[in-house]
Write a protein that binds this ligand. Structure first.
Ligand code: GDP
Length: 615
């Protein structure tokens, strides 16, 4: 029993096991005249489920000119048609395996649902005061238990307002918000859109509106910097209307308030607005369930190992719970709040920092608690396998630069996946940007992870799963990591200079280009006479001895087999007339751009750069 949380609430969770419920949902059944099915069925199976004769089904399909046998599988559409024919409505329910817990829509019983805190993200244009607002909220009305606690950045924190909690995500801006969404996680219930009253709606304000709308998350507008002379809140509201953000006072449904984050004015009004909006959203959750939620942040702590900030979104997470996160699992060994206070349980809508996971998960990964270690382990393993298969199928990456070389020449490669680890966030951005500039039509440089920090086991696994190369920039892997990389056959390349890193990648790409540029000689002419014409320079009277000489063609002047000059054909004449091209066997007069030292018997060689076809 030592491993199990000895808590009354936790025992209730057994009755709320999602896996059992989803399994029940997977059964085919007729419910109030609706036939619910979860997979394709044979004619015989469908007949049994609908309690009709298989022959009747075959007959109906025959009348539709469809010939089927009793053991033949029917597609969803045909099953639907048959149901309607026999007077049933129909519904296909997706089969949800327990390892797909992200998708599991486990219905909570009405009586188990209670109010949960809203989760808020602050967004807006740069310098409009997002960070100042987050700090102002964090430090306003410190509750008794918070005073003296050293606040640590765990990715989110809670504020108690009028006896109710509000959870704030620490990272402002829509980048983190959309990064989460791109990983399928939606954690935000309400977006606080900060708009500076002295600046108005700006590009990132509009981006933030777009992101919030795309995620169907309601916006509360915080018009900031009202203390600044010249601040014009009305103007802001008018500008917002053009983007379909319509304030209540203009007949819309968007709550707005005027604040000064710096002078701490209006902060309480904003907090109350958040509670009001939350009330309208009727945010509820079932604290009796096994916890399910999202990783907000994760890192490898030198002393404590993988450390993650989790946002519990439904259910309750207890210390000692077994959780599956992404493709890894572990036992929660310690949970703390943002004041580093050790806590024993965390309810819905609440963040906590945990240690005990076996690997560092990714921000945006979903997690779920399971009753036993075995179950958590099995599910993590299944998920790992599935992810590897999916990623293998999705990416045609390569696992080493040498591989890259041979694959491009086979014309196969579309994508080089890169996991990038650097010494700082700034360099991560810079290196990522430089690498992505190398993209062209044949090769896609895909940085699948770029982060500051040492190369970790999780990087190796990601690289291994997605056939990626790991680039370390000013970071070096430990011996353990090197070994792991060898085991997983992941290539790690280390650099200290961005230029060297991109050059290496560029070389690899060039080597692999299906079509290399090659030079093709298009014509040669021999110089017979040189005429000097004032203001024009030297004109070479030539005989075209091979191919064709074209105006504007690239050319070089050869003397005794050596290149003496490279330029282009500036002018080309047949007798006195301008010519576009002069063919072999004809005479011509030509001028080589910026060159006035042509000798008799020089060879003018024209060439073009052409794509070499390796095929
Ligand atoms: P962010 O880029 O949106 O996070 O903006 P910051 O919070 O860093 O604020 C940008 C600048 O605006 C800083 O110099 C803040 O001190 C200032 N600022 C923020 N809020 C206010 C405010 O309410 N009034 C005034 N006067 N300045 C503010």
């Amino acid at each position: 029993m030592k491993n199990k949380p000895m808590n009354k609430k936790s025992n209730q969770r057994e009755a709320n096991l999602p896996t059992k419920k989803t399994q029940q949902q997977n059964l085919n059944k007729i419910n109030n005249g609706v036939f619910v099915f979860t997979r394709s069925l044979t004619v015989g199976e469908l007949a049994k489920e609908l309690n009709v004769g298989a022959g009747d089904i075959i007959k109906k399909l025959f009348l539709q000119k469809k010939l089927v046998t009793i053991n033949q599988y029917l597609d969803d559409e045909t099953i639907g048609e048959i149901c309607l024919e026999f007077g049933y409505d129909f519904k296909k329910e997706e089969v949800i395996n327990e390892e797909d817990f992200e998708k599991a829509q486990i219905e909570d019983k009405e009586e188990d649902l209670t109010e949960r805190p809203p989760v808020v993200t602050v967004m807006g244009h740069v310098d409009h005061g997002k960070t100042t607002l987050i700090d102002a909220i964090r430090n306003s009305n410190l509750a008794a238990n918070e005073v003296g606690g050293i606040s640590q950045e765990i990715g989110a924190y809670q504020k108690v307002v009028n006896g109710k909690k509000i959870t704030f995500i620490d990272t402002p801006g829509h980048e983190a918000f959309s990064a989460m969404r791109s990983r399928g996680a939606s954690v935000t219930d309400i977006v606080v859109l900060v708009v500076a009253a002295d600046d108005g709606v700006m590009p990132q304000t509009i981006e933030a509106i777009d992101h919030a709308k795309a995620a169907s998350v309601p916006i509360i507008v915080a018009i900031n910097k009202i203390d600044v002379p010249g601040a014009n809140p009305e103007k802001v509201l008018n500008e917002l209307m053009q983007h379909d953000v319509i304030a209540e006072k203009f007949g819309g449904d968007v709550l707005t308030c005027e604040i000064s984050a710096k002078k701490k004015l209006g902060i309480n009004d904003l907090l109350e607005d958040i509670l009001l909006q939350a009330e309208m959203l009727q945010l509820r959750a079932n604290s009796k369930r096994y916890a399910i939620g999202t990783v907000l942040e994760a890192e490898l702590d030198k002393g404590e190992g993988p450390k993650a900030t989790l946002l519990v979104q439904n259910g309750t997470l207890f210390n000692n719970d077994y959780v599956v996160v992404g493709t890894t699992y572990g036992k929660i060994r310690r949970m703390t709040n943002e004041f580093k206070q050790v806590i024993k349980e965390v309810g819905p809508g609440t963040p906590c920092s945990v240690i005990g996971l076996s690997e560092v998960p990714l921000a945006g990964d979903r997690f779920m608690a399971f009753p036993t270690e075995k179950q958590a382990k099995d599910i993590a393993e299944k998920r790992k396998l599935k992810k590897v298969q999916e990623e293998r199928a999705a990416s045609s990456g390569v696992s080493s630069l040498d591989d890259l070389y041979s694959k491009i020449s086979e014309g196969q490669l579309a994508q080089i996946n890169i996991v990038l680890k650097t010494d700082s966030t700034g360099s991560a951005e810079a290196v990522k940007g430089a690498l992505e500039k190398l993209n062209n039509e044949q090769v896609k440089v895909n940085v699948i992870r770029s982060a500051a920090g040492a190369i970790t086991e999780s990087d190796i696994l990601l690289a291994s799963a997605s056939d990626a190369i790991i680039y370390g920039f000013n970071v070096r892997p430990s011996a353990m990591i090197r070994k792991k990389a060898e085991e997983e056959k992941v290539e790690i390349r280390l650099h200290r200079i961005i230029y060297a890193l991109t050059e290496e990648m560029e070389d690899a790409i060039k080597g692999k280009m299906k079509k290399e540029e090659v030079e093709v000689v298009t014509g040669q002419a021999e110089v017979r006479n040189v005429f000097k014409i004032s203001k024009v320079g030297e004109i070479a009277g030539c005989m075209v001895t091979d191919g064709v000489i074209k105006i504007n063609a690239k050319c070089r002047v050869l003397r005794d087999g050596a290149i003496v000059y490279e330029g282009q054909i500036d002018s080309l004449k047949r007798f006195k007339d301008d010519a576009k091209e002069v063919k072999q066997g004809y005479e011509c007069g030509l001028k080589v751009s910026n060159y006035n030292d042509i000798h008799d018997n020089d060879i003018i060689e024209c060439y073009e750069m052409k794509e070499k076809d390796n095929a």
